[in-house]
Design a protein around this ligand. Structure first.
Ligand code: NDP
Length: 372
């Protein structure tokens, strides 16, 4: 089955990877990539990568010093440092090549770009920089691992096995969306899952944030500092966020909390102009409400992409990989985690890149101690 759809993400990749057309259709379920030059590269994964952890027995393993899994700012920065330290890293791009930044438009808060840069362009540059120092960058998704003993085994696309002395996990996290058709339609045109990334574009405008947890409150407060009005759309009749965050939201003069509201759809000509809400869904007094907004922000949680590592690595209750504070070290020597898969607090490109640097340095030192 091959689907090629003209979506924003697809266009990014079409622009970045010349002669190749890539598309991601509900990337938690299916990844298909078509290389125009080599039809044999057609691949279909019809199960959620990560839920299988079988190690193919017959496959001959490729041995490397360092494998990097993931190609967001954390993965590419780890690769740059690892390559410059002569670890000859092999990097697999994973399920969303370029990571979450490829779904944003302008990045204006990454130091060193006074005029801003688009997310896809930044990732293209990071990839080039990693390649320049000799990183072996390949398409492929880690579908299983065997970390029971070193060298650690990583299965790519359910068939190829890589054995590595060190593994740098930079698989990121996936923002959750409501799953509305209109939400997809306006992604990048009024719908965002990151206020810190995109809030600036809504200065002086009216926006809505969906969610009732700490992230939603934080995003609402951040937006309240620059927007005219912020609606916080909460499906229950209470906020789940910590008391202090609730208090701050309550104290903000331009945040209005709309309890017991579910989102039905977004409307607008080209960009988001209004949101249709259902008040007290399923109750006898259920009613519809339309609110004029310019931006619609999701803050209903992130899912760290850590499923395949869980049998071996300690994770917190949400699935974030635990690292020793101040380092990228996991509970397994030689396995390091960086970026959003281990960071539920900051989740910024620059913090991800910083932790990628830490992971490469930690890997280099680990190998140094082994005499590798
Ligand atoms: P949470 O899981 O805590 O909250 C998610 C919120 O989204 C809940 O209010 C939930 O509603 C709502 N939600 C989920 N699905 C839907 C849906 N389909 N429609 C409408 N609403 C929905 O996620 P957070 O990202 O806020 O926080 C994750 C963890 O990170 C928490 O432990 C939090 O404390 C922590 N955190 C800490 C921060 C800090 O210390 N500075 C900052 C941010 C996060 P409901 O309540 O009805 O389930």
């Amino acid at each position: 089955m091959l689907w090629i759809a003209p979506c924003g993400l697809n266009n990014c990749h079409a622009a970045v990877y010349k002669n190749k057309i890539g598309t991601f259709i509900d990337y938690s379920l299916l990844w298909i990539f078509k290389n125009n030059e080599d039809m044999s590269l057609f691949k279909t994964l019809d199960t959620k990568p990560g839920i299988k952890n079988d190690i193919p027995q017959e496959s001959e393993a490729e041995r490397v010093k360092c494998v990097v899994i993931g190609s967001g700012p954390a993965g590419y920065t780890a690769a740059i440092y690892a390559a410059r330290a002569n670890l000859k890293p092999l990097l697999f791009k994973g399920i969303q090549p370029g990571g979450q930044l490829t779904t944003t438009t302008e990045v204006e808060n990454y130091p060193g770009y006074p005029d801003g840069i688009t997310g896809p362009k930044m990732m293209e540059d990071l990839e080039k920089q990693a390649a320049r120092f000799g990183t072996d960058i390949r398409w492929g998704i880690a579908t299983g691992v065997d970390f029971s003993k070193p060298p650690y085994r990583v299965v790519i696309d359910e068939k190829q096995v890589v054995e590595a002395d060190t593994v740098i996990i930079a698989t990121g996290a996936t923002a959750q969306y409501l799953g509305l058709e209109t939400e997809d339609k306006y992604k990048g045109s009024g719908v965002s899952a990151c206020a810190t990334c995109d809030g600036f574009f809504y200065r002086g405008k009216d926006v809505a944030v969906v969610g009732g947890g700490d992230t939603a409150c934080e995003e609402a407060l951040y937006l309240a500092g620059m927007c005219r009005k912020v609606y916080l759309i909460v499906r229950k009749n209470f906020l789940r966020a910590s008391v202090i965050m609730q208090q701050r939201v309550h104290d903000a003069h331009n945040i209005e909390v709309l309890f017991e509201r579910n989102t039905r759809e977004l409307r607008g000509d080209q960009v988001v102009e209004e949101v249709v809400l259902i008040r007290r869904k399923g109750q006898p007094d259920e009613s519809e409400e339309i609110i004029k907004i310019d931006g619609f922000f999701l803050a209903i949680g992130h899912t760290p992409n850590s499923e395949i590592f869980k049998p071996y690595l300690e994770t917190d209750e949400t699935g974030y990989i635990k690292t020793i504070p101040g380092t990228s070290k996991t509970n397994l020597p030689g396995v390091f985690a960086c970026g959003d898969v281990q960071d539920k607090v900051y989740r910024q490109a620059v913090t991800a890149a910083g932790s990628g640097c830490q992971a490469a340095i930690d890997a280099e030192r680990y190998l140094g101690h082994l005499g590798g």
